[in-house]
Design a protein around this ligand. Sequence first.
Ligand SMILES: [Zn+2]
Length: 205
Amino acid sequence: MQGYIIDVKSVRDDDLIVTIITREHLITAYRFYGARHSNINIGYKIDFELETNLKSTMPRLKDVIQLGFNWILDRDKLYCWQRLLKLFYPHLKDVEVLDSFYFKLLDNLVSKIIKQNPKRAIIESYIQLLEFEGRLHTEFICLLCDTTITEKISLVRSFHPVHAECTYSKQFKMKKVTSLFHDKSLIMFEDDEVEYLWNLLLQGL
Ligand SMILES: [Zn+2]
């Protein structure tokens, strides 16, 4: 089985509880002496087996092999990637059965990051996630005053549209946000705007 590690908790001495996004499940498994094995870390893609034990409700993780990315030694890319993967844990932690959308989204993102700026690639994929979960607000109604936004748009957590005047937050050109929401593209955005969106994303998926 293959999956992406989104959470690692230390228990007792060197043991770990590891949470993994696989194609169809969110798996939480126990790893004995995990800390001694460098192939367990947030963001890593691993190949593994699960061993179930009648005495314990949590399966054991075994035969773990780390599956590398081309950019795994690029600190900047790995840092952004790990920040994103960490956000999936609070977002999905109560789920057991997962739509394959999540695994595929991460697989695609791994290849996009080879060539693209990691923050831009991650934000564009996040728009796909919002759309998949029915949380992409393309109708442009302000979250705060409940009226239509025609100009001076801003975005708050979960990229919810608001009037820039209603929040005193960074203002965007309407056509940029429209292209982001419809084409899932940041091509029109300047680097400082991408940085603003990145910080919004870090507030939580
Ligand atoms: Zn408003």
